[in-house]
Design a protein. Structure first.
Length: 164
């Protein structure tokens, strides 16, 4: 029996994939390592081929139940790269409560934090404008920054390149 798997994402990564190989005389659980975009393995099992279960217990490839939406999520940052005027963030809030935005530079230093106050949960994203400044209102130099949004115990971040 030959099993062939392939990864569809642009950048393949090493992935352990549990398999359950089934014949009319045996069931064999094994794990294969998918290390390239396409890979195949051959197994010698007694009996007639009956089937194959990929990730039979749902540990690697899927969750048994849908994961809940995070309480706050950073949907997008535009434009990218950002110019001297900064960028607009689109925030989705699924659990009402206080929300904050934090700016961190490429060296990991916190450059600013803004409390957005209590935001109500809603389907429509909230816009928030970062003006290319630190928390004290001073323009930050060109570079790579991380803008993160936090609230309700969740945090989500996006990389922003600022060009002055």
């Amino acid at each position: 029996m030959t099993v062939a798997l392939r990864q569809l994402q642009r950048r393949p990564f090493q992935l352990a994939v549990p398999l359950r190989l089934l014949t009319d005389r045996a069931a064999r659980d094994t794990t294969v390592w998918l290390r390239t975009p396409r890979q195949s393995w051959t197994f010698d099992l007694p009996g007639a081929w009956k089937g194959l279960e990929v990730d039979p217990d749902g540990w690697v490839l899927m969750a048994r139940r849908p994961l809940p939406d995070p309480p706050v999520r950073l949907l997008s940052v535009h434009p990218t790269p950002a110019g001297p005027e900064g960028a607009t963030l689109a925030l989705r809030v699924t659990a009402s409560g206080p929300v904050a935005v934090e700016l961190v530079d490429a060296a990991g230093r916190r450059r600013g934090r803004w409390q957005l106050g209590e935001l109500a949960a809603r389907d429509e994203p909230y816009p928030w404008r970062w003006r290319g400044e630190d928390g004290d209102g001073r323009p930050v130099p060109s570079g790579v920054y991380w803008l993160s949004v936090s609230g309700g115990g969740g945090r989500n971040a996006a990389k922003v390149v600022l060009l002055r």
